[in-house]
Design a binder for this molecule. Structure first.
Ligand SMILES: C[S@@+](CC[C@H](N)C(=O)[O-])C[C@H]1O[C@@H](n2cnc3c(N)ncnc32)[C@H](O)[C@@H]1O
Length: 216
């Protein structure tokens, strides 16, 4: 099959990307691993023995990094729509996090343990229509925030990928209602021209309640 010009340009950029090369050299499954490594360098979110939930985990860079950090006493529970090759110390569920069944299976895997960190690098398949893609992305981010609010332990943290633009301010406000501190991190491994940013929320507010947010 012939590649489109934009497909060829993406592939050229991908193979010459320093983080792609580094991931190959250091044995990480994705360049995304370096985004989490930088976030964890700035914010100490995982300790030995931590329980971590990885939403949108495939191909597994973030799960790899988390598995190494939590050590044998910790747990990483990961979910993705796509299959993911097994990783030591990581329990993986192939399911749709946005479905009731997927959520119930994920909760069953957690066995009532309250995570120290919930992180979401989830991204929907892009349609190319910016407004629709942005709305679908924020729907996933809202579901991840609801999950974090309901399951995290009080001192726990939440990391979520979002994009500047429509929906950003409302989502950040919902984060501020849920967590005592919020910060935004644009890791070096995040491509410069992307509007992507990672929001980190720490320590649940007691008043964050149990009702679902409605950002519409
Ligand atoms: C950017 S990738 C994650 C990369 C990963 N953090 C890593 O380090 O390898 C985004 C992932 O979100 C997943 N995803 C999107 N929607 C999802 C959903 N509803 N449920 C579960 N996973 C989903 C996609 O299948 C995709 O694998």
């Amino acid at each position: 099959m012939k590649r489109s010009k934009s497909g060829r340009a993406w592939m050229q950029q991908h193979v010459s990307d320093p983080y792609v090369k580094l991931a190959q050299k250091e044995g990480y499954r994705s360049r995304a691993a370096y985004k989490l490594i930088e976030i964890l360098r700035r914010e100490r979110l995982i300790r030995s023995g931590s329980v971590v939930v990885d939403l949108g985990a495939a191909p597994g860079g973030w799960s790899q990094v988390s598995g190494q950090r939590v050590g044998p006493a910790g747990r990483v529970v990961a979910i993705d729509l796509l299959p993911m090759d097994p990783l030591p110390g990581v329990e993986f569920l192939q399911a749709d996090f946005a479905s009731e069944e997927g959520l119930a299976e994920l909760e069953a895997l957690l066995q009532k343990r309250q995570p120290d960190l919930v992180m979401s690098d989830m991204a929907p398949n892009l349609s190319g229509i910016t407004a629709a893609d942005q709305a679908r992305h924020y729907r996933l981010a809202e579901l991840a925030l609801d999950f974090a609010r309901l399951h995290l332990q009080e001192q726990g943290a939440f990391v979520v990928k979002v994009f500047h633009g429509e929906g950003y301010d409302a989502f950040r406000a919902a984060m501020a209602q849920t967590f005592q501190t919020i910060s935004g991190i644009k890791p070096e491994a995040s491509r410069d021209r992307s509007r992507e940013v990672y929001l980190v929320g720490k320590c649940l507010r007691k008043s964050s309640g149990t009702d679902e947010f409605n950002l519409e």
